[in-house]
Design a protein around this ligand. Sequence first.
Ligand SMILES: [Ca+2]
Ligand SMILES: [Ca+2]
Length: 225
Amino acid sequence: MRIASSRYLAALVGVAALAAASQTSFATVTAPPDCGDCVKDYKIGDYCDVTITSNSADPGLVVHTDIFNSVYGKEFSLSDGECKTFKLFSIWTDETYVNGDDTAPKNITVNLGFANPLVNAELDGETVGVKTFLGILQYGQVTWGAPVVIDLPGDRNFTVSLSDAPFNKGLFGLNEGECFGADICVTICQNSSVCDEGGGDVPEPASLSVLGLGAAALLARRRRR
Ligand SMILES: [Ca+2]
Ligand SMILES: [Ca+2]
C-alpha cells in the first residue's frame, strides 16, 4: 500500500513537471496576442494632411506659420514608452509693437494628419502678445492645450503634443520677421500597443489539461508494466 501510494505520488509529480514543461515551451515559442511593447510604424501625411489655422488679421497679434518640408511623408517607428520629436513648423509675427489689441489671446489650431495609422490629431492652442516691465521686453507667445491621445483598440495608443515657445522677442518693441520667430516641435509617444502577429498557436488551458491527462495515462501505463 505504501509502495503503491509513493508510486502514485511520483506519477503525479511527473505529470505536473510534464504539464509545466509543455506550458513553458509553448509560452516561449509564441507570444499571446496582447503581449504589448510592439514596434509600430508611423508616417506623417502629405502637404494637404498637415494644416495650421492661426490669427491672420487684426485685432490680436497677427502670426504667420510655415510647415517644414521635412515633415511631409516623414516615417519612423516607435516601441512602447518611446517618443519621437521633430520640428513641425516655424511661427513669427511681422508686427513691430505689442499694442493693446495684441494682448488678447487668439486661437491657433494644428491638424496633423497621419498616413500611418490613418488618423488626424487636432491640437489647439493660443497665441498672444506679451509686454513686460513697462514695455521694455516684448514678445509673442504660443501655448498649447492638453496633448492629444489617440487610441486605436487592437493596434496602439499614442500621444501627440506640441512645444510652447516665445517668439520675436525684442526691447521696446518686437523683433519682427521670420528670422526672429520660433520653431515648434511635435512629440509623438507610443503608450501601448498590440502585436500584429502571433497569438494563433497558443494552446488553450483546456488543451493543456488534455495534454496533462495524456501524460498521466502514459505514466500510469508505464507504472503498470
Ligand atoms: Ca495686432
Ligand atoms: Ca501691434
